[in-house]
Write a protein that binds this ligand. Structure first.
Ligand code: FAD
Length: 347
């Protein structure tokens, strides 16, 4: 009989794999919601070297095809509310989380003129004809205020919040999740594109994204054209211009042809960019999947003893927009795992 379930729970060991926005959001959420667990975050790359670091970080999403919209709405809403609290707090500058207003424009009106998150962002409305005149060739537009989350600041901020909540961090490249099975009770896999190998998942693949960073401090509004084909996202230190979406392309070097196309298309949207100074280029590989995988795995079928696994990866183009929301869900899955292992314990 378990005479001291509380003590047992204090010793429950959780590993989170991945130090991008998904890993750190999940680790912080576990540390704060399940304080009786001991949590270690393991990753081979940390800020500033993750994919999350270079992303523009704007909170705008397109729907995933096979996940109920209500679940996607929860992910977006939880992420937005969490980041809005930070944007409105004294931590905003340290955390790199700011409000961002602007326009999404379309050559043809989208099927759903109002995205599923229209009432989560602030002040959503359609553009007037007078406003649209500024964008020749575009026939429909939306204006709203969302959030820009700059991970070069946000990840170190989350890292600090995690260690303050008692979390431990370890730099390590894993060749398999099995390496952790005997040392931990639960493993949360937030390895993004690393899940090709770590989860043996052939459905996750890279989609290359290149951006140009420009000094143009006079720009205040974002412009996103045709569901993100071209975009101009002003930030706290520079304007991010994009972009490319090249499936299964693993090149990490910036391509001069891509940079030229980005600068040209973005300057058509915002002519004053022709006066902007190029500060640099960046390339990242988005962890694409038809639908993100936020899921608890059954125990090992061969009856071997070992940790339970929760997956949280495959956010594609929308990891910054959805990380906190999928972390909220992943933590509930971790809680289920721990309750299955210690049914009488209080977490
Ligand atoms: P990552 O940031 O890639 O982190 C993965 C972590 O797992 C790393 O720490 C890595 O070291 C670790 N790992 C992997 N394999 C192993 C292993 N074997 N052993 C140990 N550790 C391992 N999203 C938005 O919401 N808004 C945007 O405006 C936006 N703009 C973008 C622009 C571009 C150009 C690109 C490329 C992406 C953009 N994204 C945007 C998408 C966003 O960047 C990703 O969805 C997000 O970064 C994914 O986060 P992640 O934590 O899953 O992965």
């Amino acid at each position: 009989m378990d005479v001291n379930p509380g003590k047992k729970m204090r010793e429950a060991k959780v590993a989170v794999v991945g130090a991008g926005v998904v890993g750190f959001s999940t680790a912080v959420r576990i540390a704060e919601m399940l304080p009786r667990c001991s949590i270690t975050l393991l990753a081979d790359k940390f800020s500033p070297d993750t994919t999350s670091d270079g992303a523009a970080g704007i909170l705008i999403v397109e729907p995933f095809p096979d996940i109920p919209l209500e679940r996607q709405r929860c992910w977006f809403r939880d992420s937005f509310e969490h980041l809005l609290d930070i944007a409105l707090s004294q931590d905003a500058a340290d955390a790199g989380v700011l409000l961002s207003s602007g326009y999404t424009i379309f050559t043809e009106p989208p099927v759903d003129k109002r995205p599923y998150w229209w009432d989560i962002v602030l002040g959503f409305r359609y553009l007037s004809d007078r406003e649209l005149r500024r964008f020749p060739g575009y026939t429909f537009g939306q204006a709203f205020t969302t959030i820009k989350c700059e991970c070069a600041s946000y990840l170190p901020w989350l890292h600090k919040r995690f260690t303050q909540a008692g979390g431990k961090v370890e730099q390590k490249k894993l060749s398999s999740l099995d390496e952790l099975r005997t040392d931990y009770d639960v493993i949360v896999n937030c390895s993004g594109l690393g899940s090709e190998d770590l989860a043996g998942d052939a459905d996750v693949y890279p989609v290359r994204g290149q951006v140009v960073k420009v000094d143009a401090p006079w720009l205040q509004h974002f412009i996103r054209a045709d569901a993100g084909e071209w975009y101009v996202y002003p930030g706290s230190r520079y304007v991010t211009l994009g972009g490319t979406k090249q499936a299964r392309d693993r090149r990490l070097d910036s391509d001069p042809g891509d940079a030229e196309a980005i600068l040209e298309h973005c300057a058509r949207l915002e002519p004053s960019l022709r006066q902007g100074k190029v500060l640099g280029h960046w390339v990242g590989l988005r962890p694409y999947r038809r639908n993100p995988r936020v899921e608890k795995m059954p125990p090992l079928a061969d009856g071997r003893h070992g940790a339970l696994v929760v997956h949280n990866y495959g956010h594609g183009s929308y990891g910054i927009s959805l990380a906190w929301g999928t972390a909220v869900e992943a933590v509930e899955l971790v809680r289920c795992c721990l309750e299955e292992m210690h049914p009488t314990a209080k977490l």
